[in-house]
Ligand binder design. Structure first.
Ligand SMILES: *Cc1c(COP(=O)(O)O)cnc(C)c1O
Length: 451
């Protein structure tokens, strides 16, 4: 049967329920069925191509259908597709854990696998809570989070997030987190540096730790960039202060690098920019180069030791997911790390990031742009109704959707978060493609902000 865009869309809409989507939108908004991907390009059944400027929801690092990753996954599938990881083991799972320990901040020596980002966050929350319990420290059962943070959609992860659009509906189901104002630099005063602002905002965290430290298991943060919270960014100095304060108050630090890990912020891990080691590091998304669902929680041997005891003492971490440490996903992750080893990825990204800055610089003067901000390979443009006072557009107007539609007509996948358009491309994007994306973004912003 021949497949075309229209027919596949109809079949899809008859049976599928899409993620993060008001399905009624598709009465007017066409779905785009993708037949194949290669490098930065996605191609539909009519041969239209789309430049994947958002790395397919931030997962893709080295392009679609990368020859080396393809080869390693194919080789793995001929050998072992999956095996239970309790009581059994496999080489790709061990090799990946060894390599993650080697490349992550010093002191993270243990790897626990799960199969998606939200699950990794659940694991970190449960491990932290359970550690204090196993250690005989009583009364710790709460978590501190930053306003505007995002840690996933499962109930525990949602509870420690703060993006109202995803959270409000489910609030009656959620444990109550302690939410501290974010150090995100969009809130800084005119003339104030991002570093000064982030440091100034730390006083809220200090107060929360002083007041609640005794009942808090961990502080959870997205290091440097609150991605789902519209790519809001803050200074690494905040993380240094946070590491020190968590130690002083006897509270764990969970770094959720699910989105920012693997080079997005300029360093391999964002925590490196503050020279800190968290107690738990959550990884997913780019971990497999965007191929297969996999996540990992790294922790230290002191925490591991608190669970290590005779079975009868019931201190074990009895958490599991069926596909924990799937060998195919581990093979994709190993292949991804091979590329980091064999190519000057971070150096090349510095050049690409500079081009992203240059290509979008003219937007800084756009009458409806409040800020162009960047952290490594993430560049975001905040559209506003009025620059003076940074008056936002009412969310109901869905200005970003106009930009999204425009970009599609120009062969680019830009998917704004509300009124914030961003570039977060695969690292194989070229400088010319960056220029093109900046041009499409400018046109899209013009259209989206025209009355
Ligand atoms: C995407 C994301 C998650 C959730 O990961 P899923 O695999 O979508 O469940 C958690 N934290 C951050 C920072 C993310 O960006």
């Amino acid at each position: 049967m021949s497949v075309d865009n229209q027919r596949l869309m109809e079949r899809d809409l008859a049976v599928l329920w899409h993620p993060c989507t008001q399905m009624k939108d598709h009465e007017t908004l066409p779905l785009i069925p993708i037949r194949r991907g290669e490098g930065v390009w996605l191609e539909d059944y009519a041969g239209n191509r789309y430049l994947d400027a958002i790395s397919s929801w931030w997962v893709n690092l080295f392009g679609h259908a990368h020859p080396h990753i393809n080869a390693r996954v194919k080789a793995q599938i001929e050998t072992l597709e999956h095996v239970i990881l309790a009581g059994f083991s496999h080489e790709p799972g061990v090799a990946l854990a060894e390599r993650l320990v080697a490349i992550s901040p010093p002191g993270l020596d243990r790897v626990f696998y799960a199969d998606n980002g939200s699950a990794a966050v659940e694991v970190a929350l449960k491990m932290s809570f359970h550690y204090w319990r196993n250690s005989g420290v009583e009364g710790k059962h709460r978590f501190i989070t930053l306003s505007n943070s995002y840690h996933g959609e499962t109930l525990g992860a949602l509870a420690v997030g703060d993006v109202a659009l995803y959270k409000e509906t489910y609030r009656p189901l959620l444990m109550e987190a302690i939410t501290v104002p974010s150090p995100d630099c969009y809130g800084r005063e005119a003339g104030e540096s991002c570093a000064d602002y982030s440091r100034r905002m730390f006083r809220h965290m200090e107060w929360a730790l002083e007041r609640h430290g005794h009942e808090v298991c961990a502080v959870i943060v997205e290091p440097l960039v609150q991605c789902a919270g519209a790519m809001r960014m803050y200074d690494p100095g905040y993380l240094s202060l946070l590491r020190e304060a968590c130690d002083r108050h006897g509270v764990h630090l969970i770094a959720d690098e699910i989105a920012v890990g693997f080079g997005r912020t300029g360093s391999l891990f964002a925590c490196e920019q503050a020279a800190i080691t968290p107690d738990f590091l959550c990884l997913s998304k780019g971990l497999t180069g965007g191929y297969l669902p996999l996540s990992a929680v790294l922790t230290n041997n002191a925490i591991y030791a608190a669970f290590y005891d005779d079975y009868q003492n019931l201190t074990a971490f009895l958490h599991s997911h069926s596909y924990t440490g799937n060998p195919l996903a581990c093979a994709a992750a190993l292949a991804t790390l091979d590329i980091f080893d064999s190519e000057p990825v971070l150096a090349r990204n510095r050049q690409l990031a500079a081009r992203m800055a240059a290509a979008t610089a003219p937007l800084q003067d756009h009458p409806h742009v409040a800020e162009v901000r960047q952290c490594g390979m993430i560049l975001a443009v905040e559209m506003v109704q009025r620059r003076q006072g940074r008056v936002p557009y009412p969310w109901q107007e869905r200005r970003g959707l106009t930009l999204y539609r425009h970009a599609l007509t120009r062969g680019a996948l830009l998917r704004p978060l509300g009124s914030v358009s961003y570039l977060m491309p695969p690292y194989v994007v070229t400088e010319e493609q960056i220029d093109y994306l900046a041009e499409v973004m400018r046109e899209g912003i013009d259209q989206a902000t025209a009355e």
